[in-house]
Write a protein that binds this ligand. Structure first.
Ligand SMILES: [Ca+2]
Ligand SMILES: [Ca+2]
Ligand SMILES: [Ca+2]
Ligand SMILES: [Ca+2]
Length: 325
């Protein structure tokens, strides 16, 4: 029994010690095919509530090399994307650094209002339907990490990328990668990415499970999850080291659903795993939006590489050990 306890402790330490290597955005652990932003003329019933998405990239302060922010399939047309009528959508990608890019309260809101474009605009490009960028990577940068906003709390510099659908009604699907190279995807040790709201495309296959991992800091007492236009597609299940799988309500067509969860003491300073399990038969091309808030109605970040590793229910860890014996 003592040996087993030691083993459990060792496993926990391994989970915690996993270094963040999270440069594909969305990350492998999230199992989310693509981020999604629609042109502002789209109906919200197609799945995007506000035609704008902000993402934050975090570079450790000791990292001195230049960095690149790469976008996969930035165009809206051809492969990957979702057509409505004909291709007529343009999306603007903007990279922000400097003071306020993350610390401004509007930057952390879920809607594109107020000063959400805070910070210093460092790069910008508009993409329409263009075979040159279809199913290809486009690279922003190089950037010097110190051009980001330094956040003491993270020991890191932060950059923000906003993608907005400025015309048309089609859906732009895309991915990011923060790289040390302008021509290929090379990870940065210790870097991470996070958002306060995800707009994304679910898998087309039944049985697939996507995840987000909001971080529960020591001051978080409740967690409110809001989800939009889920089309009643399967289940949303919350897992933590103290929670084996608690269901929360799933929205229907063009509507929000929300649920509030009381944080347990043992869950503080860990991540939650919100699992999005698709139903059978599968709903195709399902676009959805999700965000998470605490008891002060403040948005909570979810990291592409979960802080402390992917949370596992404590008894399932023990079962795994017993299986191995
Ligand atoms: Ca169209
Ligand atoms: Ca495309
Ligand atoms: Ca695209
Ligand atoms: Ca939907």
């Amino acid at each position: 029994m003592k040996a087993m306890r030691k083993f459990i402790l060792l496993l926990l330490i391994i989970y915690i010690a996993q270094t963040a290597n999270s440069q594909p955005v969305p990350n492998i652990e999230e199992n989310i095919p693509h981020l999604m932003t629609f042109g502002l003329k789209a109906e919200t019933s197609w799945g995007d509530d506000d035609f704008s998405q902000a993402f934050f990239f975090q570079i450790p302060k000791d990292f001195k090399q230049q960095v690149f922010i790469r976008v996969f399939d930035p165009d809206t047309g051809g492969k990957v994307d979702e057509i409505a009528g004909r291709w007529n959508t343009k999306c603007r990608f903007e990279v922000y650094g400097g003071k306020g890019c993350h610390s401004d309260v509007d930057a952390r809101e879920t809607s594109p209002t107020g000063n959400y474009k805070s910070g210093t605009l460092m790069a910008m490009k508009v993409f329409g339907d263009n075979p040159r960028y279809d199913n290809q990577w486009y690279t922003f940068g190089p950037f010097n990490p110190a051009e980001g906003e330094y956040m003491d709390r993270f020991d890191s510099y932060i950059f923000k990328v906003i993608c907005e659908g400025i015309s048309g009604d089609d859906g732009n699907m895309y991915n990011y990668y923060i790289s040390t190279s302008g021509t290929e995807n090379i990870p940065i040790e210790g870097a991470n990415a996070f958002a306060y709201e995800y707009s994304f495309r679910m898998h087309n296959d039944a049985g697939e499970v996507s995840h987000i991992y909001p971080y529960i800091d020591e001051n978080t007492l409740t967690v409110k999850i809001s989800n939009f236009d889920w089309d009643s597609d399967g289940d949303i299940i919350v897992v933590s080291r103290e929670r084996q799988g608690q269901r929360t309500p799933v929205s229907g067509e063009d509507e929000w659903a929300e649920d509030e969860i009381k944080v347990l003491e043992e869950e503080k300073k860990t991540s939650y795993d919100f699992q999005f399990a698709k139903k059978k038969p599968a709903i195709r091309n399902n676009n959805v939006v999700v965000n998470v808030r605490n008891q002060f109605d403040e948005t909570m970040p979810f990291y592409t590489s979960p802080i402390g590793g992917v949370p596992k229910y404590k008894y399932s860890i023990i079962l795994e050990i017993l299986d191995e014996e």
